[in-house]
Design a binder for this molecule. Structure first.
Ligand code: ATP
Ligand code: MG
Length: 441
């Protein structure tokens, strides 16, 4: 049976291009121009994959990712983002997408990504690797000087009760490190409470943090305790604190200074003794400079600051992480081809450790017990090639872009088709076919 793909994009010409290419490549397709249409189609039919554009007339395509993922853990989700939109792409991965491609979309790459992601989806159904990985996931620090420093600081943080400020790019492990510190602290037997400050705005965040009295606002139908209260004697992680509303910042400053707070709509003063850990992927000092973060709050939380260095600035740690994750997946001591390890070390890892973990999980599934090869890591093995792609100015057709990309890679490899196919993440046969098609034009 043909694999089916739901194409979501508001540009008719883009949809047409995808459909033509994918149907020729052996996929069945359905099309949606809005999120609303996508939701309706998704309800009515079962798809193997979704190709999702970020910018849609009725909302952000990325919002659809967690909805789909929640219902279907095995569906392949490939997100298309604008060129240079690395943060968006990384966000897509965070929300559960399998892969991302940047515009202009390279159709050869799209075919490879879809095929691999669909294959992974199928394997995921029968293999519980993902679950095992989640359960067994433990913290690994690394051997680089930066990693060792992080570990020393983390140990120090676990031994005392001061406020910790964790900074670093998305996916570097701020969340897992906060847990690690809590679990090794004197408060380990009490609760670890996590609040994401970016998902709740103003009053909602205040009520989530401090609780509310019945009738404080329309939807407050009963008294409710806040998370600050739940964290009493335990640890409170304020995640994405850089996104905290400025009005809530003022209230929270008071909580830190006085260790006391009031539920929304209540006069009674309550007390809570929690250990505070804050995390953010923003540069808080800059946020302060630009007036988006209160200087006095920054001063209060910047007691034990730690910055986790991104993976691409400590490449020497990558082999260690690879072994760590493979061992967690039940592949302790698995031999890794030096070319594969080389590609993993050379890749930029915009999604940091989260992305590395995802890539390895997929590679293990695709390799089905055989040694992992570059073919099992689309995106990673093609990375140096993508970087070398000339700026097309957005005026080329998808096919032209693919042709140019292939030609430049084959050139780069001095005509060595084997090597070029590895870099492109496609089989030699596919590459030969593509070259032949082009010559036949
Ligand atoms: N040092 C590590 N050891 C093992 N796994 C890690 C490590 N760092 C991150 N991970 C894994 O990577 C994923 C992302 O980690 P985490 O959520 O802690 O990142 P983060 O820095 O909080 O990212 P964000 O800013 O996007 O919230 C998790 O699945 C986690 O298991
Ligand atoms: Mg986090």
């Amino acid at each position: 049976m043909k694999p089916t793909v739901l194409l979501v994009d508001d540009e008719p010409s883009v949809l047409f291009g995808y459909r033509k290419f994918l149907e020729k490549a052996g996929y069945g397709t359905s099309e949606a121009a809005t999120l609303k249409e996508a939701r309706a189609l998704f309800e009515a039919e079962r798809f193997d994959a979704i190709l999702l554009d970020k910018n849609l007339p009725d909302g952000n395509g990325l919002d659809f990712v967690p909805e789909v993922r929640a219902e279907y853990p095995d569906i392949a989700i490939v997100v298309i983002t604008g060129a240079g939109d690395v943060p968006e792409a990384v966000d897509a991965l965070k929300k559960g997408a399998d892969n991302f491609l940047t515009k202009p979309v390279d159709m050869g790459e799209l075919d490879v990504f879809l095929r691999k992601s669909i294959e992974v989806g199928g394997l995921r159904r029968v293999d519980m690797t993902r679950k095992r990985l989640e359960k067994k996931s433990s913290m690994h620090f690394g051997e680089s000087p930066a990693a060792k420093e992080t570990m020393e600081y983390a140990q120090l943080a676990a031994e005392n009760d001061s406020t910790v400020l964790l900074q670093g790019e998305t996916g570097v492990g701020k969340g897992v490190l906060a847990h690690w510190i809590h679990e090794r602290s004197a408060r380990a037997s009490e609760s670890f409470v996590e609040v994401n400050c970016s998902s709740l705005r103003g009053d909602l965040l205040a009520s989530e943090l401090f609780g509310h009295a019945k009738g404080a606002f329309t939807s407050a139908v009963c008294d409710r305790e806040g998370l600050v209260e739940v964290a009493d004697r335990g640890t409170l992680l304020l995640d994405e604190i850089g996104d905290m509303d400025i009005s809530v910042q003022a209230q929270f400053l008071k909580v830190i200074e006085e260790k006391s707070y009031r539920r929304v709509g209540e006069v009674k003063v309550r007390h809570s003794d929690f250990r505070l850990i804050c995390a953010t992927n923003r540069d808080l000092q800059r946020e302060v400079g630009e007036g988006r973060f209160r200087n006095d709050l920054f001063f209060r939380i910047n007691v034990l600051p730690m910055t986790i260095v991104p993976l691409n600035r400590r490449n020497s740690d990558i082999p260690g992480y690879v072994r760590h994750f493979l061992a967690n997946m039940g592949h302790e001591g698995m031999e890794i081809d030096p070319a594969v390890m080389g590609a993993l070390v050379a890749y930029r890892w915009p999604g940091n450790i989260r992305e590395l973990k995802n890539v390895l999980e997929r590679a293990v599934l695709l390799a089905r017990g055989k040694p992992i090869s570059l073919e099992h890591m689309p995106g990673v093995s093609g990375a140096p090639a993508a970087a070398a792609r000339p700026d097309t100015g957005g005026t080329m057709s998808l096919q032209e872009v693919e042709e140019e990309h292939i030609a430049s890679i084959v050139d780069q490899c001095g005509g060595d088709v084997q090597k070029a196919s590895e870099l492109l993440g496609i089989s030699r046969a596919t590459l030969y076919r593509k070259i032949k098609d082009r010559k036949g034009d």
